[in-house]
Design a protein around this ligand. Sequence first.
Ligand code: MSP
Length: 525
Amino acid sequence: MKNKFYITTPIYYPSAEAHIGHAYCTTMCDILARAKRMRGFETYFLTGVDEHGEKIQKKAQEKGVTPQQYVDEIAEKFKVLWKAMKISNDDFIRTTQERHMTVVQNIFSKMLKNDDIYLGKYEGWYCTPCESFWTDTQVGEEHLCPDCHRPVHKAEEECYFFKTSKYVDQLVKHYEANPKFITPVSRKNEMMNTFINKGLDDLSVSRTSFDWGIPIRENNKHVLYVWLDALCNYITALGYDTDHPELFKKFWEDPNCEIVHVVGADITRFHVIYWPMFLTSLGLRLPDRVFVHGLLDLNGEKMSKSRGNVVSPFPLIERYGVDTVRWFLAKEFSFGSDGRFTPESFAERINVDLANNFGNLVNRTTSMISKYFEGVVPELKNPGEKEKSIRALSEKTIKAYENLMDDLKVSEALNEVVELLNVANKYIEESQPWVLSKEGKTEELGNVMAVLTSTIITCTKLLSPVLVETTDKVYALFNLTEEQKTYEFTENFCGFTGNHVEKGSPLFPRLDIALETEYINSLTK
Ligand code: MSP
């Protein structure tokens, strides 16, 4: 099993302000990174912004500022959002940084020298929003972009091409030998049918029609195609081809490091076709997995600023707290499938999982320990069948959670924990502590409290990559020692005897669905 983990988000275009869809991808990566760190994997988590290209240049012109001023402002906003979302990225790369641009110029020179890039002429259909050229067959009779379905126009320019034909067989072999390279597998089939089986043209990798890009040293009429520039961020951020390549060696070059790119379905092609080819051209290893998540819509409609239906995470964080937003994103949607954001589903998800299940369990347990044991966690003595079965379930849950997280199945891993919380709540109903107390069955009553405490702490730990603020609150309620807070301590079932417990206010107040739905609806703009 690999003991290092390198995970990346796509680098976002600062052409619009970040919305809940962008926050989705970054939050899922953050959860995966935190879950690995918690278990002792050496982890590196990268995000950033993709700042070049015609689209950005046009936006800056519209605003009457320079492209650099424009991207500086929006890059800052992304940073502020990730801070508010408690994103634990180790670095934030911007493609206008010197550390990126110089290395990308070297990469282009290498590819040119290797004869993987040549100068030619491009005639084709151009889609400005996607910054992509397409062939006659791809745009069809209606002349629409096959990616975004907007109209394309005829364009011709001198440009450099990357020889995709040289690498396509090797790529397909790689897919076959590594069935998890593209996850879910349906995305691999889509790539084969839509692009590879139809025959790939050489990829145009330079532009002369605008200048907001990385200049090509060998021919300064040209700037680099934004996708070649952007994809390289995954290695330039680690110091590839510099005099300080430590991170690159430590993560990219170590076969014991698992490399995962998480991307949205709309940009799969670039990550699973061209990026592997670029890496092969440079003689570098490929990532282990490209995980493709679905896109979130709002009430069934694609989120976009022009439609006026974009939800910003900020007001949600402000009103409900960052943990609830993170929880909703992680739990509501099955990672890998498209998802529908509705205001009702947000409020309901918080009530069902956090207020009624997790929060309620903590609240009831701390109250009972205060009431029956003067706030001190009792010892587990002579456990009965129920206690033994919860212990077994707890151990099984930890294993299942680890395996599912390792397989990037975040929502499924969280389901396992929610199931354990459900069982713990049922255990209260079945054991009826209030009856045990009345009947003076102190040992049995103590066992229930010890088992509930242990289950709460195990679940809190497993949920800590998502519920980053709540975790500390629960640890404080149970006065955990530093040792008890460690992940390894989950092996000590009922290891909390003697801890002093505080009675706190509810962790997650129950939401009024109608009221909150109205509030969230008022936020869409
Ligand atoms: N700059 C490129 C990526 C370059 S990576 C080398 C780009 N940027 S983007 O800002 O348009 O999109 C970034 C990511 O956000 C993509 O993975 C995209 O799928 C994701 N999302 C944008 N809108 C989304 C939703 N509504 N839902 C989920 N993810 C969404 O493409």
